[in-house]
Design a protein around this ligand. Structure first.
Ligand SMILES: Cc1cc2nc3c(=O)[nH]c(=O)nc-3n(C[C@H](O)[C@H](O)[C@H](O)COP(=O)(O)OP(=O)(O)OC[C@H]3O[C@@H](n4cnc5c(N)ncnc54)[C@H](O)[C@@H]3O)c2cc1C
Length: 525
């Protein structure tokens, strides 16, 4: 599979009943509802001269289209704390570079296990400025590459495929752990565990899903964990076009990304952690103590944790450690109940189909669709482009949403934004520590880091505190990915890979047969 509690009080209570026993009737009802809602939206568009329906405009180009650069999530958080910058040199127990989920979960786990430990988080911009503040809000219990990647990693590292299944079970249960901590810490991040729905919209997608479920069964995962859906069952959950079937994965929750990251930062501070903002690390150095050189002074610490994901290349010596890669998102205005009756997602499943160029969506707590995808070009030299503004890629993502869910066609797109994620050369996330150098790291989540950052943070804390837990023997611990190739090879390779991926998806949609290019893409990553 590729890609907290406040939401239950608002529109989540208005669950649409999309289940029907007679599929033909259901379809008819849905088309009528879709037609009704389209009419509703059209009539609404014509009377929409005021800004009544525009939520949180940033720089409106018209009353129905909000120009962007700022995420929906950022517009929905208020009272965000601003913090002081580092003021000169400091000595501490643990220094963490990066105040996204990874850095914050590491700090939270350290302070939970050892109150009184001195922990400083060094952040170049502000809490949640990276992917953690802008992502799709899929909290999915899976690591990049899924069970298959975990099993082959385990085979290579421990010789036991069971360890791959163990890693997968740990990441699956991490979804509940996040819900639990959010509840205990009073973080209202709209956590709703409705699972992940992946539609199959071509025959090759269907075949890939069947193979994936078979692999899960082989490793002991039951139908409570993952199950295939026939076309009717998949459509009953999400009334999309061209549905041939689908897959439901239980370990998935919808969250509000920015509320989670800001709530987590506050929880870390309540436990005694310190966060400094607008303080850029330029170099992390091994030693006893290890150190972080920043724009505002040097922090020395027993252990320094690198947790900057898509921005890793900005640190001295890490130009080729992780590839920065853009992902882009849009959000619709809130959709009315009759549109939701036709669309579905009654259980707030996060959703996608199974094309290779990843797409992802969620029904937000205020009944919008937040929808994203990859496919922005790779920039030579791993230049970081967060795709914040309106770009061709946002138009493509909008068109994809409209193809998938025609009932959204007339809804205003109120936000377009983007962010940067990090990809290791072997697409294998990891967490680890080198005790002799005092350096630890976590990341390389390839766009699946919402849950994985929690598992990585808990594991990093156990490693730092030298605790002999089940987590520290998981096969991703201390795995070191190879470095990316130097330019221009890197540009050539990544650009070709992106092109092949798009072509493979198009060919499979056109012919309904598995594409040879797709097989090549699968081998390359
Ligand atoms: C648009 C988008 C959608 C996504 N959707 C999903 C999803 O639905 N589900 C999912 O599981 N994953 C998703 N991801 C990936 C997920 O958001 C990330 O894997 C996760 O947030 C990584 O967290 P992090 O803390 O490691 O990195 P980040 O959140 O990127 O945090 C790194 C922090 O380090 C700071 N920093 C950078 N350089 C320095 C420096 N030199 N010194 C100090 N600080 C520095 C940054 O400002 C940033 O705050 C998405 C990513 C993007 C971009």
């Amino acid at each position: 599979m590729r890609k907290c509690l406040a939401g239950r009080r608002d529109s989540d209570e208005r669950r649409a009943d999309t289940t029907g026993t007679n599929n033909k009737d259901t379809h008819t009802a849905k088309s009528t509802a879709a037609q009704r809602s389209t009419e509703w939206l059209t009539s609404r568009a014509s009377r929409q001269t005021s800004k009544r329906y525009i939520v949180a405009p940033v720089a409106a180009t018209s009353t129905r289209e909000t120009a962007v650069g700022r995420s929906l999530w950022a517009d929905q958080v208020s009272d965000v704390a601003t913090r002081a910058s580092l003021a000169g040199d400091r000595r501490t127990d643990v220094a963490i570079v990066g105040a996204g989920y990874t850095g914050l979960w590491t700090a939270h786990s350290l302070l939970r296990a050892k109150p009184g430990l001195r922990v400083i988080i060094i952040e170049a911009d502000h809490v949640g400025a990276g992917a953690s503040g802008v992502n799709g809000g899929w909290c999915v219990g899976e690591l990049a590459g899924g069970l298959g990647a975990a099993v082959s990693l385990a085979e290579r590292r421990t010789g036991s495929t069971d360890d791959g299944a163990r890693l997968t079970r740990e990441i699956m249960s991490t979804v509940d752990e996040i819900g639990r901590v959010a509840h205990d810490e009073g973080i209202e991040c709209n956590f709703t565990k409705g699972g992940v729905l992946r539609l199959a919209r071509t025959a090759p997608q269907l075949a890939r899903q069947q193979a994936e479920v078979t692999e899960h069964r082989h490793h002991g995962f039951g139908s409570n964990d993952i199950e295939l859906l026939n076309a009717d069952a998949a459509t009953a959950r999400l009334n999309a076009t061209d549905v041939l079937g689908g897959m439901w994965y239980s370990a998935g929750a919808r969250i509000h990304p920015a509320r989670l990251v800001h709530g987590l930062a506050a929880a870390v501070e309540r436990r005694g952690g310190e966060i400094v903002e607008r303080t850029r690390a330029t170099r992390i150095s091994a030693g006893q103590p290890a150190s972080v050189t920043t724009t505002n002074g040097t922090v020395t610490a027993d252990v320094v944790v690198r947790a900057v994901e898509g921005f890793t290349r900005t640190l001295s010596g890490h130009r080729r450690t992780l590839l920065p890669f853009s992902s882009s998102m849009i959000a619709t205005e809130p959709l009315p109940p009759e549109v939701w009756e036709s669309i579905g997602l009654a259980a707030r499943e996060t959703f996608a189909d199974d094309r290779r160029m990843v797409i992802y969506g969620q029904r937000t707590a205020d009944d919008r669709i937040a929808f994203g995808g990859r496919g922005a070009p790779y920039r030579y030299g791993s230049k970081i482009i967060e795709n914040k503004g309106p770009q061709a890629i946002h138009d493509r993502i909008t068109a994809t949403l409209h193809q998938l869910l025609p009932a959204t066609r007339d809804a205003a797109i109120t936000h377009r934004w983007g962010g940067v994620l990090g990809i290791p050369r072997d697409w294998q996330p990891s967490v680890g520590i080198d005790r002799s150098s005092g350096l630890a790291w976590a990341g390389g989540f390839v766009g699946e880091g919402v849950a994985a950052s929690n598992l990585a943070g808990r594991t990093a804390a156990d490693l730092i505190l030298e605790r002999d837990t089940d987590l520290v023997s998981l096969p991703w611990v201390d795995h070191v990915s190879p470095r990316w190739e130097p330019e221009p090879l890197r540009w050539l390779g990544v650009t070709t890979f992106l092109k092949l991926t798009t072509q493979a998806d198009a060919a499979e949609q056109r012919t309904g047969r598995a594409s040879r290019r797709g097989a090549l893409v699968d081998r390359l990553r």
